[in-house]
Design a protein around this ligand. Structure first.
Ligand code: DAT
Ligand code: MG
Length: 151
């Protein structure tokens, strides 16, 4: 059981639709611990850095336009297997394929408006966290409920 960090973004569609609390709440309710949180207006440079693996993809220009169109909310969650746990809560990339009970499966319809980003590996979790947060913005805090969530 490895303690990981994952970067979660409530994308501009989630913010515009008033779903910030719903999206973050599902991840919070899973038991992951919030250690960083901020609102961010993404620009082209930040989009290219965050999505560096997708810069050459045909959908990148549309993705960049969407991600820079309106503010997003960035959060860092920590916990055992945080990356996979959050991705399971998010559901498949295409909301039409995402299972019911997941964020994308319950709240989304279109791959280009899929509400939420979550890191896809522990390494990506560290890399992406460093893009959005300075070290001092990440809070190491003791959660009193910890022993009721993690053995
Ligand atoms: P995920 O966000 O599930 O990690 P990804 O990293 O493969 O998915 O892609 C990043 C985002 O790019 C994704 O959330 C939505 C968009 N995207 C991916 N594939 C796409 C496609 N075929 N058409 C349009 N947008 C796409
Ligand atoms: Mg991804």
């Amino acid at each position: 059981m490895s303690v990981e960090r994952t970067l979660i973004l409530v994308k501009p569609d989630g913010v515009q639709r008033g779903l910030v609390g719903a999206v973050l709440g599902r991840i919070e309710q899973r038991g992951l611990k919030l250690v960083g949180l901020k609102m961010v207006q993404m620009d082209d440079a930040l989009a290219s850095r965050h999505y560096e693996a997708h810069v050459e993809k045909p959908f990148f220009e549309g993705l960049k336009a969407f991600m820079t169109s309106s503010p997003l909310v960035a959060a860092v969650f920590e916990g055992p297997n945080a990356v996979q746990a959050a991705r399971n809560v998010m559901g498949a990339t295409d909301p039409v394929e995402a299972a019911g009970g997941t964020i994308r499966g319950d709240l989304g319809l279109d791959i280009g408006r899929n509400l939420v980003h979550g890191s896809d590996s522990p390494e990506a979790g560290e890399r992406e966290t460093a893009i959005f947060f300075e070290p001092h913005e990440l809070i190491a805090w003791a959660r009193d409920s910890e022993r009721w969530i993690i053995e």
